[in-house]
Design a protein around this ligand. Structure first.
Ligand code: NAP
Length: 435
């Protein structure tokens, strides 16, 4: 028998579990450990609530969870309830699938002012992550600034722009829906330090901005290079740029009360305000070999709320070597050390779609299998010993069966136009389970 511990129950964790179950067959016992009592990580807490078709991938993970060789061990914080070294002593291989839940810092003055939030906090707030249930972002002012030109920036701007009715069918949490309905935000400005040809926004997601009921995108036609230069772009980016060109050419949407404005060649220098964010000081940039360089020209963009969407990093874990520049664990194709691996964003850094994690999980499972003699048994005891250790420490873990009870309670509590009402407090989850 071979025992595996996967830390993190998001897409990377589930694809790796699926791959290990296939590679080792009946020989595998796989524990997917998560610090939260509920599974699915990024699917539940990261993917936008109005992108239900993307969230549907969790059905595939449900199938993995139905495999009797696979257990969910929720409500267990690695590094607190149990250490990595202890897990390495109990399992033949430990695979870090922690994702990258921490916001990268902007590294500019004023970043700590009230009204400045990172995307993991803001996204966690509207998606029901317990750590951010009390975020209460300021939505009273007219101006929001979203820093970054990636898909997370798009998610944030779209969520800030939608009417209550446009959230029908989504699983946005009630507290965010109510706050957004009462929001005073009228202008949402993307600050991109480079230009339209350097955006990291994908076409489908960028196209959604053109179909908002109460908000219209605004792009300055003067920001584009010549149209001939679009030909050299790869097809996805070319399509995204064609959306931007269409937005720039559209007549002003006088009937829509909100604007989503693209401010390109705009590098944030500082966030300023009396006791809270009021504006972002920006330097105009120009491109030099694809890089943004400052021109010395500065101006201020009004900002009552600033959401920085500039990327993420994985958590530091005692005893695990870390790549500070990449915000991920130091690894060679997923291998960190004997019996210790990483997968997904913890391996590659925060880029790629959910689907990218599938081949990634399979590749790491292959690495794990390659390090073990085929058909051989390990000497580790695995989950049984973990349960004993957690029991002795008074830690009550949650199982897939527990999750299904929580899911039923969330479905029963749903608003008429939503698949579920997500519970966002630890104690609420544990009450349902009678823990
Ligand atoms: P991303 O795609 O890497 O975009 C980060 C953005 O932040 C870039 O525009 C980058 O500009 C900018 N940036 C970085 N540092 C900056 C700084 N110091 N000042 C100003 N701007 C800065 O990251 P993401 O948006 O967090 O997305 C992460 C991954 O998840 C991506 O692969 C994304 O496609 C994926 N995702 C997908 C979906 C979806 O498919 N619906 C939704 C959300 C996320 P530069 O290019 O100039 O560095």
């Amino acid at each position: 028998m071979r025992h595996f511990a996967i830390i993190g129950s998001g897409p990377a964790g589930f694809y790796t579990a699926e791959a290990l179950a296939k590679a080792f067959g009946e020989q595998a016992r796989i524990d997917i450990i998560d610090k939260l009592p509920v599974p699915y990580g990024l699917i539940r807490f990261g993917v936008a609530p109005d992108h239900q078709s993307i969230k549907a991938v969790a059905k595939r993970y449900d199938k993995v969870a139905d495999d009797p060789q696979v257990r969910f061990v929720g409500n267990v914080a690695v590094g607190e309830a149990v250490s990595i070294d202890e897990l390495r002593g109990l399992y033949d291989a430990v695979i870090l699938a922690t994702g990258a839940p921490h916001d990268r810092a902007l590294g500019i003055p004023g970043e700590e002012l009230p009204g400045v939030v990172g995307s993991s906090a803001f996204v966690g707030w509207y998606n029901g992550h317990p750590d951010f249930a009390d975020l209460d972002p300021p939505l009273d002012g007219a101006n929001a600034v979203v820093i970054g030109n990636g898909n997370v920036a798009l998610d944030v701007a779209r969520i800030l722009s939608k009417t209550r009715a446009e959230f029908a069918g989504s699983d946005i949490v009630g507290h965010a829906l109510d706050a957004l309905e009462g929001s005073g935000v009228r202008t949402i400005t993307f600050l991109g330090r480079r230009g339209p040809h350097q955006i990291a926004m994908t076409p489908k997601e960028l196209g959604e901005l053109g179909h908002l009921v109460a908000a219209a995108p605004a792009v300055d036609p003067g920001d584009f290079p010549s149209i001939e230069e679009d030909e050299a772009l790869d097809p996805g980016l070319r399509k995204s740029v064609s959306h931007l060109r269409a937005y720039a050419a559209a007549p002003p949407a006088g009937d829509k009360p909100k604007a989503v404005a693209f401010d390109f060649f705009a590098k944030p220098l500082a966030i300023e305000g009396e006791g809270r964010a009021e504006r972002v000081l920006v330097e105009r940039t120009r491109l030099d070999g694809g890089r943004a360089v400052g021109t010395g020209e500065t101006y201020a963009v009004p900002a009552d709320l600033v959401v920085s969407c500039i990327g993420y990093s994985s958590p530091h874990i005692a005893g695990v070597p870390y790549d500070d520049d990449g915000g991920k664990y130091r690894n060679d194709r997923g291998r960190i050390d004997d019996g210790l691996y990483c997968v997904g964003w913890a391996r590659r850094g925060p880029s790629g779609t959910i689907g990218t994690n599938r081949p990634d999980g399979y590749e790491v499972a292959e690495q794990v299998a390659g390090a073990m003699a085929p058909g051989s048994d390990g000497s580790k005891v695995g989950g049984e010993a973990l349960d004993a250790l957690l029991g002795a420490r008074g830690v009550k873990s949650t199982s897939f069966a527990d999750w299904r009870r929580i899911e039923e309670a969330e479905t029963a509590a749903a608003r008429p136009d939503s698949p579920r009402e997500k519970f966002v407090r630890h104690h609420h989850w544990l009450e349902i389970l009678g823990h």
